[in-house]
Ligand binder design. Structure first.
Ligand SMILES: Nc1nc2c(c(=O)[nH]1)N[C@H]1C(S)=C(S)[C@@H](COP(=O)(O)OP(=O)(O)OC[C@H]3O[C@@H](n4cnc5c(=O)[nH]c(N)nc54)[C@H](O)[C@@H]3O)O[C@H]1N2
Ligand SMILES: Nc1nc2c(c(=O)[nH]1)N[C@H]1C(S)=C(S)[C@@H](COP(=O)(O)OP(=O)(O)OC[C@H]3O[C@@H](n4cnc5c(=O)[nH]c(N)nc54)[C@H](O)[C@@H]3O)O[C@H]1N2
Ligand SMILES: [Mo]
Length: 758
């Protein structure tokens, strides 16, 4: 049972490193995307497919969750959306001959890049106990086997039902219903590793765990903070929105340890001037903060607001009418220690004071953030402090202002709305109980980290993944892989081959499914699905391509068949749901608030917007009935002498664990991924030459040495004391027990490491 390390493209002999870029998108973006699309799909299929991305009669881009504006250009896709589409619409295929030619162990020795490049999965495959290979099975046998293993468990809580964020609303609703009808709330999802901290902090403070702005709010803002986010790579369409906001007079403050190209300057590939001109400068102010310094920054701004004698520095009327906890908050923040702030942020007092100037000059403020805020030990307190900051000037619940957590996966927010959650609210379970006449389990289930612990400890033995790449996306790769290998059965509903198919339980199943781009025909005729974007807008998605293989089933069909095989005549009409997704949407309309008339409204062009009490009515459905100002202790994360704080990030050529290519164009890296970016002065201080080969060794209180070997040290303009390297190669360094308070999210953006010359 020893772990075979993935190859991770160790062969970096061709790697080249040059100066990072200072602007994003534009022509190289489009040509890079088209080149990859042609490689994967050919020219004709590329044209036919990309023209449908995000069109009203087309499919939702499987890239990110950034919303589409009401004004859609034909071919409004971004470079990385095009890559996501090409990855799915590829004409390459993984066949039964492929599995006959490669043992499972051999696949476990391949890199993520290689695995992803093999193409689409085409038929159900089974790895039997003791067998070295996957072999083809019929759908009936595959589903029968999974059902039999589930039924054989002593308790439903010995099963884990994971979801990644591409699953449609319809499939997600059916899936959580199945898990609960089976008897467990073990519904971990990728959110647990992603925006869980945002949901936790927002739920507690404003009463709704989602963002409070729409695109129009961004356009109307005076000041936009983009904190801990790299939109040039991960949400390229957001750059158009920021550009438009700037045209309308907004200023932008970027807060990041890295001077990300997309934050600095943008050339819009959708406009001719974007091709030749200098583009738009985006950030008016760049705060090169130290990793984990954001709580200190926002608390310092809050202290200065409290102390300011500028007229209207605080929105007293709003604070009196709509918030709770002001006195305790004020007392605490007035005691903030400036030395701590300067140490934690690495910024000067002048930089913070100048930022306060931006704030005081702005009527309407939006704060956007992503993984740079959510994957630290103190992420929840940090986001609560951001909320404090906005509340002080009444910046929640009015046009042009609010919180904007920018979601990752294209339907991660919708999956949560549909009930993919290990800690469901009692009201949600009550509604399920009333609609389907059964008693859903009330005890909270396992989140991602707890699910790994349960599998490691033999308490959970059947794992089903609805999309995603669980072994590769999760922290502490060695521990996680052992946990999965100790399962009785691991089963993955997937479009593409990945490492989770190669690191398996005693038995393993691959259940190949349709992607967003493909036609979905059921007994009642063609179906569409629906998704919710990062701003709570729900719309339909219709695939047009012929399925990658005639043997694929939709996610909905797989869930309904599995439910029937496992639960028998449970009184839930799984057949009807599989036949016609309208039936699922009818159920949703009676169970999930905001979805009344779902079937009618989702058919309207552009779909509909879910209600959001703070945004729509300045109503805060919290425990106190008001927006809660909170007290958040600043603990400066001090890194021992000779160590660095490492963040694990995405390159420009990957989608989470899917590696499109080996370049990171904006950061100046070509043909290799094993790089660690370090401030040149830190490198000099450590006595390590730019370009030297080092091992990354993570240090954690459990004394276990976690090592990621053979990285090239690259002198890079990141904040002092900080480093950055790509995940998933560095997941091995993130200790399973190092998680955020409250949200239990792995601390993928603050890992203490030392560099050991190889
Ligand atoms: N092309 C592409 N698009 C994607 C994805 C992808 O992999 N590829 N992934 C999708 C998913 S699931 C998600 S969640 C999003 C992720 O979107 P991002 O959050 O943009 O992704 P990361 O690469 O993790 O980048 C984190 C950013 O935060 C900064 N940062 C790190 N730590 C800190 C900190 O302590 N403070 C501050 N202020 N900044 C910090 C980093 O320097 C970096 O710019 O993108 C989604 N879109
Ligand atoms: N160190 C570190 N770790 C991280 C992060 C980090 O920043 N640093 N980020 C975390 C974040 S934000 C996230 S969201 C997670 C991502 O975790 P996951 O969502 O689990 O991982 P992905 O790489 O997005 O999953 C890719 C796989 O999904 C499958 N897939 C693609 N489309 C579909 C579809 O339509 N249906 C189905 N059924 N399957 C499909 C394909 O087989 C593909 O191989 O990773 C987390 N892990
Ligand atoms: Mo994510």
């Amino acid at each position: 049972m020893t772990r075979k390390a993935p190859a991770d493209d160790f062969d970096d002999t061709g790697m080249r490193v040059s100066e990072p870029k200072t602007w994003a998108a534009g022509v190289p973006g489009v040509t890079a995307a088209l080149r990859q699309s042609y490689d994967q799909m050919g020219v004709r299929r590329t044209a036919l497919t990309l023209l449908r991305v995000n069109q009203k009669q087309g499919f939702d881009c499987p890239g990110c969750a950034w919303p589409e504006g009401d004004h859609r250009h034909v071919a409004e896709f971004c470079e990385n959306g095009a890559k996501a589409v090409a990855e799915e619409a590829t004409t390459r295929r993984v066949t039964r001959e492929f599995f006959a030619a490669h043992t499972v162990d051999e696949l476990a020795g391949r890199s993520d890049h290689w695995l992803g490049q093999q193409g689409r999965l085409t038929e159900p495959m089974l790895k039997r106990a003791g067998s070295a290979h996957y072999e083809p099975v019929s759908w009936d046998e595959a589903i029968g086997l999974l059902a039999a293993e589930l039924k054989a468990l002593d308790s439903p809580d010995e099963a884990v039902f994971y979801t990644s964020g591409r699953t449609s609303n319809e499939a997600a609703f059916a899936y959580q219903l199945f898990a609960r009808a089976f008897g467990t709330n073990n519904l971990p999802d990728c959110s647990n590793m992603c925006h869980e901290s945002s949901g936790s902090a927002l739920g507690e403070t404003i009463g709704v765990g989602k963002g409070s702005v729409l695109l129009e709010d961004l356009y109307r803002a005076d000041l936009i903070f983009v904190v801990g986010q790299n939109p040039g790579t991960n949400h390229p369409r957001m750059l158009s929105a920021l550009e438009r906001a700037k045209k309308g007079g907004a200023r932008i403050v970027a807060v990041n340890p890295l001077p990300e190209a997309g934050l600095m300057r943008f050339k819009n590939p959708q406009r001719p001037s974007g091709v030749t001109g200098h583009g738009t400068a985006l950030a008016d102010r760049f705060l090169q903060i130290r990793l984990n310094g954001d709580l200190a920054l926002f608390q310092a701004l809050n202290r200065m607001l409290l102390e300011s004698d500028a007229p209207g520095a605080l929105d007293r009327e709003f604070l009196d009418a709509h918030t709770h906890g002001f006195e305790a908050f004020e007392r605490h923040v007035r005691g903030l220690d400036w030395d701590d702030v300067l140490e934690a942020t690495g910024l000067t007092r002048g930089e913070i004071a100048a930022t306060l100037g931006d704030v005081l000059a702005s009527e309407r403020i939006v704060v956007c953030w992503a993984m740079g805020l959510t994957q630290h030990r103190n992420s929840v307190p940090t986001i609560r402090e951001v909320v404090n900051f906005l509340l002080l000037r009444g910046n929640i619940g009015r046009p042009g202002a609010g919180v904007c957590p920018v979601r990752g996966h294209s339907n991660v927010q919708g999956d949560r709305t549909m009930g993919i959650y290990e800690k469901p609210k009692p009201e949600f379970l009550d509604a399920l109980a009333a609609e389907f006449a059964f008693d859903p389990p009330r005890e909270h289930g396992l989140d991602t980290v707890d699910a790994i612990r349960a599998m490691r400890d033999g308490k959970a033995t059947v794992f089903l993944g609805m999309g995603g790449n669980f072994v590769r996306a999760t922290p502490d790769s060695d521990v996680t892989e052992r946990a999965l290998r100790s399962c009785r059965l691991t089963a993955q509903v997937s479009t593409k081959l990945n490492r989770s198919h190669a690191v398996t339980g005693e038995l393993a199943l691959i259940l190949p499914t349709l992607g967003r781009t493909e036609r979905d025909e059921q007994a009642s005729g063609p179906q569409f699905v629906s998704v919710e974007d990062s701003m709570g807008m729900v719309h339909a998605s219709r695939g047009r391509l012929a399925p990658a293989s005639e043997h694929l089933l939709s996610e909905v069909a797989i869930v309904c068949r599995l439910a029937r095989a496992t639960l028998g005549g449970s009184g839930i009409a799984w057949d009807a749901m599989e036949r016609d997704y309208d039936v699922i949407r009818d159920h949703v309309s009676r169970v999930v608030p905001g979805f009344a008339d779902y079937n009618a409204r989702v058919r309207e062009p552009g779909g509909f917007t879910l209600p959001h009490a703070p945004r729509d009515e300045r109503r805060f459905p919290t425990a106190t009935g008001k927006a809660n100002l909170t007290v958040n202790e600043l603990e400066v994360l001090r890194v021992p002498e000779g160590r660095l704080l490492l963040q694990t990030v995405r390159s420009h050529d990957q989608y989470n664990t899917t590696i499109y290519g080996l370049d990171d164009r904006y950061r100046g890296v070509k043909a290799g991924r094993r790089v660690v970016f370090v401030n040149p002065e830190d490198l000099a201080g450590l006595g390590i030459a730019d370009g030297a080969t080092v091992d990354l060794v993570s240090e954690w209180t459990d004394g276990v040495e976690r090592r990621a070997p053979a990285f090239r040290a690259v002198a890079y303009p990141t904040a002092r004391g900080c480093a950055a390297a790509y995940f998933p190669e560095t997941n091995v360094l993130v200790p399973l027990d190092s998680t955020a308070e409250v949200s239990n999210t792995p601390t993928s953006k603050s890992v203490i490491i030392r560099l050991v010359p190889a």
